[in-house]
Design a protein around this ligand. Sequence first.
Ligand SMILES: Cc1ncc(COP(=O)(O)O)c(C=O)c1O
Length: 404
Amino acid sequence: MVTVNENYLKLRGSYLFSEIGKRVSAFAAANPDKKIIRLGIGDVTQPLAPAIIQALHVAVDEMGAAESFRGYAPDLGYEFLRKTISEQDYKARGCQIEPDEIFVSDGAKSDSGNIQEIFGVQNRIAVCDPVYPVYVDTNVMAGRTGVFEEQRGLWSNVIYMPCTAENNFAPELPKETPELIYLCFPNNPTGAVVTKDVLQEWVDYANKVGAVIIYDAAYEAYITEDNIPHSIYECEGARTCAIELHSFSKNAGFTGLRLGYTVIPKELKRQDVMLHSLWARRHGTKYDGAPYIVQRAGEVVYSEEGQRQVKEQVAYYMKNAEYIRTHLQAAGFSVSGGVNAPYIWMKTPDSLSSWQFFDKLLQDANVVGTPGVGFGPSGEGYFRLTAFGRFEDTVEAVDRMTKL
Ligand SMILES: Cc1ncc(COP(=O)(O)O)c(C=O)c1O
């Protein structure tokens, strides 16, 4: 008899976004004349930059000619892209990451979900609370998280690191010792960042206890302040304890094209085994690489013209972030994030729960955001707004909110 992977049966339903969808659809059906503005989802809205479109066209033509056609990509990704990443994302920042330590992929969601496969099932994970749900759910699928405790809203075998207003939404070192630590800065959902000194403490801690940090830098391009690290490898000792994930989704609008990369330094070993070798084996066995045309599009992101164009897009979103943050603050709301990240994390007014505020905002302002509790119990009483919308819509949404 076929049996199913019972770990999948433990998964919680994708309650958050399906519930949001249900409530918004019901409201729209009952109020067809209302213009609903969505500041809920973390997807970009600006079209791909002209330099990227141009690179795609050229690469498509190459694929149509026998002499320039490309079939399967090399396991780690094309050298032209890995070399560019090594030089511009790392060596230019003083981080010694070589092209053959970079694995090109179809994005940070897959990598952040798949990376746990190279670790033993007994390893305990530590995650921030609130957290990007992929880190936890993929460990549930692997059987690493224990049972879900309904009352607390937490998994019994996961170490949670609460991120609250008291600690500026930056986690403290865990009291119990984890084997795997997921960190994401700039953070989704809170928009929080940590300074280089604070990140250095995490690196020192991981090296001391033998843990591995899985560092998600998907929002690195949104950093505006000095002294906020763009890569964990800016910290001394990170090569022996950290894996870093990157995405082209939010810096260059590749959410529909799909491109990302993961860095595993060759010094990073556990039980005398190079994690690089395990990930290379996994990559080679289960994955055939991001498409050639997409890797060419990724390469042009680093060109002078590409950089100018994608930075303009990031600036566009950050103008939204600033508008949301400053106007909500001026109206008396308590907000954080939005300075080094495209997310604004607001305290719900009048002690409303996250879902009560969601309903109120939908009914009274016809604005959709994301209830903070959907990212973990410490998100209760908070609400996430994104800066990825059109500026005019963002202004209108915020103006409606401030008149509530
Ligand atoms: C923290 C974080 N990591 C990874 C991703 C996914 O990135 P990608 O589009 O490269 O899969 C997201 C997307 O919202 C995210 O918020």
